[in-house]
Design a protein around this ligand. Structure first.
Ligand code: F6R
Length: 247
């Protein structure tokens, strides 16, 4: 597992965006695994700029997002569908909306929706580049501590740590969805290449545990030690805190 550090989140995001852009240019039928969250905002801004400037054809690119809140429709501003539309799937770019996939958090039958999502991912995959953020508790996607490593896309309960972290995006705690549909750990591990992104001092502790600790279901991201092509991309605000523990 390689760690790459950059002087700022802007330069780190530019690096990730450029890797994704190069993939799309060289492989028009590439499959992207996408994440949401605050960490990805600069990544998508940089990617949007590259895509607008190059006008590369996106019509055959497929995307699969990691997760969606249960109960939120794509028109709900707090849904991950709305997040993606706002930050990446702009009408000015040539995305083919038939090739964009997020779980439907409002599906009548959520169990069937999750298994259809997993099937669609499997049929289209493997994912060429999977973007991941990391939760304060080490979650990837919404695979919370204790998630079996052989899990696939399913309905999950959000942990208290996740609810506390994401509370800021909602009017109240009560208004927050307490469940999501999330790709599983096994679904994520099938990707050819994984880029896990973490910025800022507040993620230093969990990234340090990830890098120095053992592989355990108590820290879902630790499974990445068993993947052959993973980069951990961080900014120096985070790296400076953990550098000593890596020596
Ligand atoms: C988002 C996702 C989550 C986030 C993680 C970090 O689709 O699956 O795992 O990547 O919670 O979120 P931020 O970037 O907001 O700290």
């Amino acid at each position: 597992m390689n760690i790459r550090h950059f002087d700022s989140r802007t330069t780190a995001s530019a690096y990730i965006a450029s890797e994704m852009h190069t993939l799309i240019e060289t492989r028009p039928q590439s499959v992207l695994g996408l994440a949401t969250g605050d960490t990805m905002l600069d990544v998508y801004q940089a990617l949007r700029q590259l895509l607008s400037a190059s006008k590369v054809d996106l019509s055959t690119v497929k995307t699969f997002n990691l997760d969606e809140y249960v109960g939120l429709s794509e028109n709900d501003p707090q849904s991950y569908y709305a997040y993606m539309n706002k930050h990446l799937f702009l009408p000015s770019l040539s995305w083919n909306h038939n090739n964009i996939h997020l779980p439907n958090g409002r599906a009548h039958d959520l169990v069937a929706e999750a298994s259809q999502y997993e099937q669609a991912l499997d049929d289209a995959g493997p994912v060429d580049i999977q973007l991941l953020g990391i939760g304060m508790n080490g979650h990837i996607g919404f695979n919370e501590p204790g998630t079996p490593f052989d899990s696939v896309t399913r309905v999950v309960d959000l942990s208290d740590t996740t609810l506390r972290s994401n509370r800021k995006h909602f009017e109240s705690y009560e208004a927050m969805p307490k469940q999501a549909i999330s790709m599983g750990i096994q679904s994520i591990m099938r990707a050819k290449r994984i880029m896990l992104v973490a910025f800022g001092r507040n993620k230093a502790d969990i990234v340090s545990k990830l890098l120095t600790g053992r592989v355990t279901e108590d820290l879902p991201a630790s499974i990445l030690h068993q993947h052959p092509n993973v980069e951990i991309v961080v900014d120096d605000a985070l790296y400076d805190v953990i550098a000593e523990s890596l020596e």
